[in-house]
Unconditional design. Structure first.
Length: 394
C-alpha cells in the first residue's frame, strides 16, 4: 500500500506491471554524442547520474528508428541490432540504482538533419546529408519545408508509410531486447508524426490528409502496431505537442481527441509538451513562464481520462508537489533543471521532509552525507563561538 504520509511526489505509481518509485521523470534531451547511432560512455554517465540522483523514470534522448529520421548526425538510434548492446549497458546500470528507464522512439521527418544547438542548430544542407555515411533524406506529409533554411521534404508515398511504421515496430523489438521498461513515442515538436497531425504541414488530399481523423491516422497506426509488439506488462508513453504553435494549426481540442484515441490504442501516459512545428514568422509565440505547459496536461488528463506527464519550467519541489496535488498531472518531467542539479529528486525529498536522514541516496553517498550534516553544524557552532584574534602591540 502507498504511504499516504509521503508527499505525492514520492508516492509510487503503478503503470501496468511497472511500479515507478516516485513521480519524477527525466525528460528526453538530445546529446548528439552517439557514434553511428550507438550509445557511448557519454550516455552511460549522462543517464546514469540521474539514476544516482533518484529519478523514478529516466527517458533517453530522441532515438531514431531510421537513419533518415535522425535529428542530427550523432543521434542515438535503434535501427540496427548492433545498437542494442551499448544501450543495454546503460539500462543495466540504471536498473541497478533502482530507477526505471525508457527510450523515446522518433522519426524527425522534415526536421531531420540539424546542427547541434551549441553550433547554432541550423539545418544541414542536402549536399552534406548526401555525403553522410548513413542514408539520409528529409521526409514529410507534403513537400513543405519546416522553415527558412530548410530544404523541402519528399512527400511520403504508401510504400514509405508502411516502411516508417515497420521501422517503429522493429525498434520496439530492439528496445525490449535492450531491457527498457518504457517506450515513449515522439509525436511532437514538428517531427514526422507531428507534421502529419498539423494542417499547416499536411496538405495531402488522400486518406492521410484533410480531416483531423485522417491526419491522426499515421499516429494511431504506429501506436497500435507498437503496442502489439511491446510486452503487455510494459507501459507505453506518447509525447504530444498539445498545441503546435501556429495560426489555425493543431490545437488543444485536437490533442484531447487524439489522447482519447491513443488511450484506446493502449497508450498509458500522455507527455504534454508544445510547439516546434516551424520556425517561420507566422509561428505563434508561446509564453514560457513557470509551468507554462501544465494547463495542457491538466485539460488532457481531465477530458481524455488518461494519465499525464507535465513538463516545462518545473523548477522546485513545492511547485512539482502542487501540480500533483491539484490533479494537473500524474508525473512531472524535468529537463534543464535536472541538468543543473542531477540530484534534484534527493534535494526535493529533503525539501518536502521525505528524507531527513539521506536514506533515499545511494548508500555509498548517503553514509557520507549523514556525517556531513552534524559536521557542518559543529563547524558553524565553533565559528560563532570562536573569539576573533587580536594582535597585541609590541
Amino acid at each position: 500500500m502507498p504511504d499516504s504520509s509521503l508527499p505525492l511526489l514520492f508516492q509510487p505509481l503503478q503503470l501496468r506491471e511497472l511500479t515507478l518509485a516516485n513521480r519524477i521523470v527525466i525528460s528526453p534531451m538530445c546529446q548528439h554524442a552517439a557514434e553511428r547511432g550507438h550509445a557511448t560512455p557519454w550516455h552511460l554517465v549522462h543517464l546514469g547520474k540521474f539514476a544516482l540522483g533518484g529519478a523514478g523514470l529516466i527517458l533517453t534522448e530522441s532515438t531514431a528508428v531510421d537513419p533518415r529520421g535522425r535529428i542530427g548526425t550523432a543521434d542515438l538510434g535503434l535501427w540496427n541490432d548492433s545498437q542494442i548492446a551499448p544501450l543495454k549497458a546503460v539500462v543495466d546500470f540504471v536498473h541497478a540504482q533502482g530507477s526505471a528507464i525508457g527510450v523515446q522512439l522518433a522519426h524527425a521527418g522534415r526536421k531531420a538533419g540539424s546542427e547541434p544547438l551549441w553550433e547554432g542548430g541550423a539545418a544541414i544542407g542536402p549536399a552534406r546529408m548526401a555525403a553522410d555515411d548513413e542514408p539520409w533524406e528529409r521526409l514529410g506529409p507534403s513537400a513543405l519545408a519546416a522553415g527558412p533554411g530548410w530544404s523541402a521534404p519528399r512527400a511520403l508515398d504508401a510504400a514509405d508509410m508502411a516502411e516508417v511504421v515497420q521501422r517503429f515496430v522493429d525498434a520496439t523489438v530492439r528496445a525490449d531486447q535492450a531491457g527498457f521498461d518504457v517506450i515513449e513515442l515522439h509525436f511532437g515538436h514538428g517531427y514526422l508524426v507531428a507534421s502529419f497531425l498539423s494542417p499547416n504541414a499536411n496538405h495531402r488530399d488522400d486518406a492521410l490528409g484533410g480531416s483531423r481523423e485522417n491526419r491522426m491516422s499515421l499516429a494511431l497506426e504506429i501506436a497500435q502496431r507498437v503496442r502489439a509488439a511491446w510486452p503487455a506488462g510494459k507501459p507505453l508513453f506518447c509525447r504530444l505537442s498539445a498545441v503546435d504553435g501556429t495560426l489555425d494549426g493543431w490545437n488543444l481540442d485536437d490533442s484531447v481527441v487524439l489522447a482519447r484515441e491513443l488511450k484506446r490504442c493502449g497508450v498509458d501516459v500522455i507527455d504534454c509538451s508544445s510547439g516546434g512545428l516551424t520556425e517561420e514568422t507566422r509561428a505563434l509565440p508561446v509564453p514560457r513562464g513557470l509551468g507554462f505547459q501544465v494547463p495542457f496536461s491538466q485539460r488532457i488528463r481531465r477530458e481524455a481520462n488518461v494519465v499525464t506527464q507535465a513538463v516545462g519550467m518545473i523548477v522546485d519541489a513545492q511547485q512539482a508537489e502542487a501540480v500533483l496535488a491539484a490533479g494537473q498531472a500524474d508525473l512531472v518531467a524535468l529537463g534543464r533543471e535536472a541538468l543543473f542539479d542531477p540530484y534534484w529528486p534527493h534535494h526535493a525529498a529533503a525539501a518536502l521532509g521525505a528524507d531527513p536522514q539521506y536514506q533515499r541516496w545511494p548508500v555509498r553517498h548517503g553514509v557520507w552525507l549523514a556525517k556531513r550534516a552534524p559536521g557542518l553544524a559543529r563547524a558553524r557552532a565553533e565559528a560563532q563561538t570562536a573569539q576573533p584574534h587580536k594582535e597585541t602591540d609590541r
